[in-house]
Design a protein around this ligand. Structure first.
Ligand SMILES: [Cu+2]
Length: 500
């Protein structure tokens, strides 16, 4: 029964809260609960221990179209519960696209339409958002545009965007966090002719690295806290999964690999680096290829951010190991996966010095600047605050901005704390639907090299102000922008804008 894990999780949460104590005044006590619960997961024997680097690396299956015609590929996906052995010897009930975790990968081509028909065989209403996709509002997965249980909806993706690593995931009102934690996300790889012509690693040497953290109870179920006040803070886990496998070992050839790094975690950010201390050669951001590769020591990926890198194992001896590290992670979480160099292979790839032409937008092209304030707002009920944008909780009926079609705007994201302890000091990964943007500056300083390309999500650190620039269009209608820490998004750091 899929409801059982939630009952168990509730019990753990309550005990966690009791152990921390609530006698120190609601606000201060509450300030510690989120961190305390997250930390207590790893320390409790009810959480399953998972050994690192035991299981083979896998990539999610690629979904075959059900049918195709001159303009369109048609896909069918059933959202369903399924028992999977994610941890050896344990059974985990996931909510998966076609019952898999992560969901199947859709491969799409720029300017060729994709239609995905979703059947909801889950007990709760769902909505599907293609993250980073440029699609009209009726196919964008608006939070209240729900597919009820036993319902069906067709999403039409025009694929007018350049090549990029996108992903599709649940976006149901107030329930996105729990739904994604249970498994509702999958890759959508958009490819085009510019990318085809580049001599980058291809085929089996072009691999997705979908990073998620989860905790498992000893009965195998996800240690997902129920939709309770604790969710205001974080949905994290003690186990790192890559493509659904705990800390896999990836047996590689001694040559170049293209790694598509995707942070599909609910709350966690990662600073990704190689244990060999070699730099990462980054070739793409959220919105696709950079104009030129950049060499970086590490890449910070907040929730929903992506980066693509080329790693060359050509200089490694057979038998050597290189780990992908998370330099923000502690304990077992300091590693994401292990590469083991096991064979020689002919090198047929390069990283060219010029990748893809990248349009830039000049600040002088902007017709307007809008400011968006991300902060907790106090309220009289428990928990004593909620996450807000410009002081407002998300309301589907309230319009927060009206943007003229095809206009260029500068959006200014400011992360301000409430001053009641660590609870108020959280970063916000800000995601804008419909558009890609360029980061202009972070507290007045130029963006880091690893975020210098087109993006759809940007991490706004504690106390920071980040300015981005975007052209709004080509589809009119109502879209959302929100924090992609799913605990914040669900409670209720989201706003509406229309393109008119
Ligand atoms: Cu946030």
């Amino acid at each position: 029964m899929i409801q059982k894990p939630r009952a168990d999780a509730r019990r753990i949460t309550r005990r966690g809260i009791l152990r921390l104590g609530l006698g120190a005044g609601a606000a201060l006590a509450f300030a510690g609960i989120g961190e305390g619960i997250a930390a207590s997961f790893g320390a409790r024997d009810r959480i399953a221990g998972v050994r690192r680097f035991q299981l083979p690396f896998v990539t999610p299956e690629v979904l075959a179209p059900t049918s195709a015609d001159a303009t369109t590929d048609y896909y069918d996906i059933t959202q369903m519960a399924a028992p999977l052995e994610l941890v050896p010897g344990l059974r985990t009930w996931v909510w998966g696209y076609n019952g898999t975790f992560p969901g199947p990968t859709i491969r799409a081509r720029t300017n060729r339409r994709v239609v995905v028909r979703h059947v909801n065989a889950l007990p709760e209403a769902v909505s599907v958002h293609l993250h980073g996709g440029v699609q009209p509002p009726e196919s964008d997965g608006y939070p209240t545009d729900l597919i009820p249980p036993r319902g069906t909806k067709e999403y039409v993706y025009p694929n007018v965007h350049r090549a990029a690593t996108l992903f599709y995931h649940d976006h149901a009102m107030d329930m996105t966090g729990p739904h994604i934690y249970k498994g509702l996300s999958g890759l959508y790889l958009l490819q085009d002719e510019v990318e085809d012509r580049l001599p980058l690693p291809k085929g089996e040497f072009d691999v997705p690295i979908v990073i998620q953290d989860r905790s498992f109870l000893t009965d195998g179920s996800f240690a997902l806290r129920a939709n309770n006040p604790g969710d205001v803070f974080a949905e994290t886990g003690s186990t790192i999964l890559v493509n659904g496998v705990p800390w896999p070992r990836f047996q590689v050839a001694a040559k170049r690999y293209r790694l598509r790094l995707v942070n599909a975690s609910n709350t966690s950010s990662y600073r990704i680096a190689l244990s060999s201390r070699e730099p990462l050669v980054q070739i793409a951001t959220d919105g696709g290829l950079l104009d030129r590769p950049v060499r970086v020591d590490s890449i910070v990926l907040g929730p929903a951010e992506r980066a693509e890198v080329v790693v060359d194992f050509g200089g490694q001896a057979l038998g050597a190991t290189v780990d992908l590290e998370d330099r923000l992670g502690t304990g077992d979480r300091d590693r994401l996966l292990r590469f083991e160099v096991v064979r020689r292979a002919e090198e047929d790839s390069q990283v060219p010095s010029v990748l893809a032409p990248t349009e830039r937008l000049a600040e002088s092209a902007a017709g307007a600047t809008r400011s968006w304030l991300f902060r907790p707002t106090p309220r009289p009920t428990f928990p004593p605050f909620t996450w807000t944008i410009n002081g407002r909780s998300f309301d589907p009926s309230v319009l927060d901005a009206e943007v003229p079609m095809d206009s260029v705007e500068i959006w200014r994201f400011e992360n301000r704390t409430l001053g009641i302890g660590p609870v108020a000091a959280q970063e916000h990964p800000v995601h804008v639907h419909l558009v890609n943007f360029l980061v202009l500056d972070r507290d007045g300083r130029p963006p880091a090299p690893y975020e210098s390309g087109w993006k759809d999500t940007v991490l706004v650190g504690v106390g920071e102000t980040v300015r981005v620039i975007a052209r709004f269009g080509p589809f009119p209608g109502k879209f959302v922008m929100h924090c992609h820490n799913l605990a914040h998004e669900d409670h209720s750091m989201m706003a509406n804008f229309t393109v008119v």
